[in-house]
Design a protein around this ligand. Structure first.
Ligand code: GLU
Length: 495
């Protein structure tokens, strides 16, 4: 597979080229119900680039109002994955900011205060319907083949009835009165959109019985109070936007501009699923993929932007991921890092960590081949064979780091004398000759002189050096292992 390096978009380039200057305060608002994955990363990235390109502000807000779906450590992991990708918020739960707190569960008082405004102006109302009643409604609708929706019963309670129920301490939630008719808005990416929400749904709950707001309400209140100018979010929220705009109207607030991002799809056209581990940023990190490769992968998942400028030029066709591109981008990252000696220390540390973790039992007895020169020459040798650092500890390349342990079998034992001669010769060889050309010539000559078949000799040597039946050419293995390590391995077998 060949890609033209010059076509590889780099993030700064996109940032300059594709966004017009506007006053921007944008946010990425994940729910901590899972890890950061390619889809959510793209939303974060586009918001971040939009802010950076406009000297704007990028906010990270955690939407954890559905506590039952939150998973432990998700907030920390999302933040750490964003940081790893170089997407650094200007305001977030850790560093705070003027519009904090930035975690919704810490803003409950704010929602309670705001919802009273909607109750006062009769855009929202207390609902006392029991779960049992709602369940019956649902069942009846299903029986008569209708889409279940709340019948807005409590909209019609008199204020005395409401007072009496509140005084009695009846449990309640608060619902928002949907207006009848179509609500339209101009999507920055999709153009004019229209939805008649009330036809599809009953009045939605905005404060739940437990006092927590629902997503829709908290989202609107926070976008307003945090002075968000542009909401760039996944297409799955587009149907909710008219509802959000109705809430803005009810508050008498000006809504932000909305742009919905088309779905990213798997290469086979299927939707990304939360259960797919290979789309989590964490899995790329663990796999030895570099951040810029992941970012380029996401940007290259089809269309995205064209070059006329402005978020309204995001392509709306769905975007397919191309896993081979990810590997190609990563290979280029490795090559870029290796091209500058200043990165050696960083690469060496990464490899030491990788190898010691891959061979946990070998670490203590010092048998890992991990000196710095070896690591760098391995990387240089391997850069055209690997696409990610973790490939360096795949079984085919174990020999780079550990001494083989398998004993010679009968077929090999015949060659003990041969090995002895080769070992002596290599021992005498000047270090400057210790390269694959010289070694190859020597081994060819040796085979001829001693009447041994060359392939057989290679087989034996490969086994002695690596335990492998097939693998890289033997002369290359010897070169990359270096003189000391090669001799050590041959001598282990001789003795
Ligand atoms: N919490 C929502 C999510 O996780 C955010 C939707 C939005 O950006 O408004 O997708």
């Amino acid at each position: 597979m060949k890609y033209n390096i010059f076509r590889i978009t780099n993030v700064q380039f996109m940032q300059k080229r594709y966004f017009k200057k506007v006053q921007a305060r944008v946010r990425f608002a994940p729910s901590p119900t899972g890890l950061l994955h390619l889809g959510s990363l793209r939303t974060a990235l586009y918001n971040y680039l939009f802010a950076r390109a406009n000297n704007g502000t990028f906010i990270l807000r955690i939407e954890d109002t559905d506590q039952s779906r939150c998973i432990p450590d998700a907030i920390e992991k999302i933040q750490s994955d964003l940081l790893w990708c170089g997407i650094i918020p200007d305001e977030d739960p850790i560093r705070g900011g003027p519009a904090g707190p930035y975690i919704q569960s810490k803003r409950l008082e704010i929602y309670k205060e705001q919802v009273l405004k909607l109750i006062d102006n009769q855009s929202a109302y207390y609902c006392f319907c029991s779960d049992h009643r709602l369940d019956l409604l649902r069942r009846e609708a299903i029986k008569s083949r209708q889409v279940p929706k709340y019948d807005n019963k409590c909209r019609h309670l008199s204020s005395d009835e409401v007072k009496a129920k509140l005084n009695k301490g009846d449990p309640f939630c608060i619902r928002f009165k949907l207006s009848i008719g179509k609500e339209s808005f101009n999507d920055l990416i999709y153009g004019k959109m229209e939805h008649d929400i009330a036809q599809r749904e009953g009045d939605p709950v905005i404060i739940k019985t437990d006092g927590y707001p629902t997503y829709h309400f908290a989202n609107v209140v926070d976008d307003h109070l945090m002075e968000i100018s542009h909401v760039l979010r996944g297409i799955e929220w587009q149907v909710s936007t008219p509802k959000h705009i109705m809430m803005y109207k009810a508050f008498n607030w000006t809504p932000p501009l909305y742009g919905h991002l088309p779905l990213i799809l798997n290469s086979d056209g299927s939707k990304l699923s939360k259960r797919q581990n290979d789309i989590n940023i964490e899995s790329f990190r663990k796999d030895g993929i570099f951040p810029l490769a992941v970012l380029n992968y996401v940007i290259h998942a089809g269309g995205g932007f064209d070059n006329k400028g402005g978020a309204h030029y995001i392509h709306i066709s769905s975007n397919k991921l191309s896993p081979p591109k990810l590997l190609e981008f990563n290979r280029i990252e490795i090559a870029k890092l290796l091209a500058n000696e200043k990165n050696n220390k960083f690469l060496i540390e990464r490899i030491i960590k990788l190898v010691t973790e891959a061979f946990p039992n070998r670490e203590t007895n010092g048998s890992l081949h991990l000196d710095e020169n070896h690591i760098i020459s391995v990387l240089k040798w391997a850069q055209n064979r690997i696409t990610k650092l973790n490939d360096l500890v795949s079984s085919k390349l174990h020999f780079l780091w550990i001494m083989p342990t398998t004993a010679l079998n009968d077929a090999h034992l015949e060659y003990l004398d041969t090995l002895k001669i080769i070992s002596t010769k290599l021992d005498e060889t000047e270090i400057q000759n210790f390269n694959k050309e010289w070694i190859n010539n020597y081994l060819k000559e040796f085979a001829k002189e001693h009447g041994i078949s060359y392939p057989t000799l290679m087989k034996v040597l490969r086994f002695v050096l690596s335990d492998l039946k097939d693998g890289p050419p033997v002369a290359e293995m010897i070169e990359i292992l270096g003189k000391d390590s090669t001799l050590l391995r041959i001598k282990r077998c001789i003795s």
